[in-house]
Design a protein around this ligand. Structure first.
Ligand code: NAP
Length: 352
């Protein structure tokens, strides 16, 4: 009789667990991951008429962006606590609302929406769901990281082809796609990165004219000698000295595209510099500094994604996912810490 009771309790707990959803949420603003965020267990939602329920299989880690979000520094997002964070996920549809015609149970899909990804299940309006060939880490990396790389080059850098291009954090999730897209357009690519492992990954892509490991060589010395006034396009996601060296060495009409500020974004304030205004260096060469922000190009996302999916399927675009294994909602903290330590080689992905 006692055994029967234990069995029933276990079954009851098992069924109850099946109705749950584990989420990483922001509970308060703080620059510390630990202080700002925690894991909660909530009831799994049922989709309304226009929604689908997705079992997330992989989520992409954007630790630099996340940190801005959980310290309350992203101006265009309205965060109300508890706030599920994370941007991109791929998974499988497990339930559909009555009025959803575009998707069915079992479809492999992706989503790219701030405030949705870091949870085991997401209930989301069908209009935000993207049909994916497969719910893999590679397609997850293309959408949205690859899309950002592609649109920064086409919409902001106005890449034509055959330019000399320099890319910082070139072995990162974004960087390794940037260097390949430039190479496909016949550009001479100079790639900057911070470890021998990253150098080897970039070498394996076989598309860079020069790879500079900034821990072993001076980026400024190399650019100021071998590439002085020769850089047509510079794509920078790091900032500080890298930004300065890129700007200084732009060719006439050269463009510097800021796509990230990894070395500046933290709990400290931006570095105060004391030097002549930027235009001192820019005016006579007619150069420009531009910024890229992915969400401002929403109308281009679909075509860009399809273009990159196609390149990937043809084998023209290689997608590198960092080989360190992170599993489960609990590992999102470790994956973020890993990326913020500058260790990632390729896109950092967590398997759920
Ligand atoms: N504007 C947009 O719409 C948009 C869209 C996507 C991504 N981004 C930005 O693009 C950058 C790349 O994103 P990702 O997810 O692909 O990351 P990632 O490049 O895989 O990782 C960040 C890399 O930046 C470099 N880095 C330099 N200083 C750093 C610091 N203080 N903290 C952490 N990393 C530092 C490190 O590489 P090295 O040591 O090799 O330099 C590090 O591995 C990020 O800054 C991200 O915020 C912007």
């Amino acid at each position: 009789m006692f055994n029967g009771f234990v069995m029933k309790t276990k079954l009851f707990n098992y069924l109850l667990d099946k109705m749950k959803n584990k989420q990483y949420v922001i509970n308060q603003f703080s620059p510390s991951f630990k202080a700002a965020n925690n894991i909660i267990m909530v009831e799994r939602e049922a989709p309304s008429e226009q929604q689908v329920l997705i079992k997330n299989m992989y989520v992409g880690i954007n630790a630099l962006y996340d940190r801005e979000l959980y310290r309350g520094a992203v101006p265009y997002i309205d965060v109300t606590f508890p706030y599920v964070f994370g941007v991109e996920a791929v998974g499988e549809i497990v339930a559909v609302g009555d009025k959803v015609k575009a998707f069915k149970v079992g479809d492999q899909v992706g989503t790219v929406k701030v405030g949705t990804a870091y949870q085991e299940y997401q209930c989301i309006d069908a209009e935000h769901v993207i049909a994916f060939p497969e719910a893999t880490k590679e397609y997850l990396t293309i959408s949205p990281t690859g899309v950002s790389a592609h649109l920064a080059l086409t919409e902001v850098a106005e890449l034509v082809g055959n330019e000399t291009v320099v890319v910082s954090a070139a072995a990162g999730g974004l960087g390794h796609i940037l260097v390949q897209l430039c190479c496909m357009k016949g550009c001479k690519v100079v790639a900057i990165c911070g470890s021998q492992q990253k150098v080897e990954m970039l070498e394996s892509l076989d598309c860079c004219e020069r790879i500079i490991n900034y821990r072993q060589e001076s980026v400024d010395r190399i650019l100021s000698t071998d590439y002085k006034d020769k850089i047509n396009i510079a794509i920078d996601s790091v900032g500080r000295n890298i930004f300065d060296s890129f700007l200084k060495n732009l060719a006439p009409k050269g463009k510097l595209v800021v796509i990230g500020l990894a070395s500046e974004l933290s709990d400290e304030s931006f570095e105060k510099i004391h030097s002549p205004r930027m235009y001192e260096n820019m005016y006579w060469k007619g150069t420009s500094v531009r910024c890229f922000m992915n969400h401002l190009y929403k109308e281009k996302h679909h075509d860009s994604r399809q273009y990159l999916f196609n390149l990937f399927q043809k084998g023209s675009l290689k997608i590198k996912v960092d080989e360190t294994k992170f599993s489960g909602i609990e590992s999102i903290a470790a994956a973020s810490k890993y990326l913020l330590a500058g260790k990632s080689c390729g896109k950092v992905v967590v398997e759920l």
